[in-house]
Write a new protein. Structure first.
Length: 183
């Protein structure tokens, strides 16, 4: 419900008018919540109906779950990563995409703006802004130099901020502060 699939689906007709070979690939599928709620099934039905209404059957792909070890290859075969969440904690798929050299299009929610530097490694759009979403994606797909520059910036941001070693350092610093406070 939070992932904003419909924003990307609704942006596709405008994208296809300018980039006819574009494909929208949704990665992921089943989760623990499927066993607790039929919400995802209903959302999938609504997405499939929208895809059919917009005649996007040849341009939208649902991969289902992908083995975690295979994700880098999938990211590296992509021209960009988009996450148009309605709400989001951190947006791990954004960081994963950046680590594989992808420009990002994401919504201005949760941790996404902490990862995406507007105009540097991608673009931020508002939740529900179909036109801005389409334009951001078209801009990246249509301009190889921009895409390459954003790809390099994504790698640079990941190296500076999201390396595992950096995360460990931050956790240790926090842990040591808590220990001092506790003592």
């Amino acid at each position: 419900p939070k992932s904003g699939h419909e924003q990307l689906i609704l942006a596709m007709p405008a994208i296809l008018r300018r980039v006819p070979e574009a494909k929208l690939v949704f990665v992921g599928g089943d989760s623990m919540s499927n066993k607790l709620s039929k919400c995802r099934e209903l959302l999938n039905q609504q997405a499939q109906k929208l895809i059919k209404e917009l005649k996007l059957g040849n341009n939208v792909i649902f991969t289902g779950n992908i083995d975690y070890n295979d994700l880098p290859e999938l990211y590296e075969s992509s021209d960009l990563v988009a996450l148009c969440s309605k709400n989001e904690g951190f947006g791990l798929s954004v960081t994963e995409g950046m680590a594989c050299g992808n420009p990002i299009v994401g919504t201005r929610v949760g941790g996404i703006p902490l990862q995406v530097k507007e105009g540097e490694n991608g673009f931020l759009v508002d939740v529900g802004d179909i036109d801005a979403t389409a334009e951001a994606i078209i801009k990246i797909l249509s301009d190889r130099a921009l895409r390459n520059r954003m790809s390099l910036k994504s790698l640079e941001i990941v190296a500076a901020n999201f390396r595992m070693e950096r995360g460990i350092e931050k956790h240790l610093t926090l842990y040591n502060k808590v220990i001092k406070y506790k003592d």
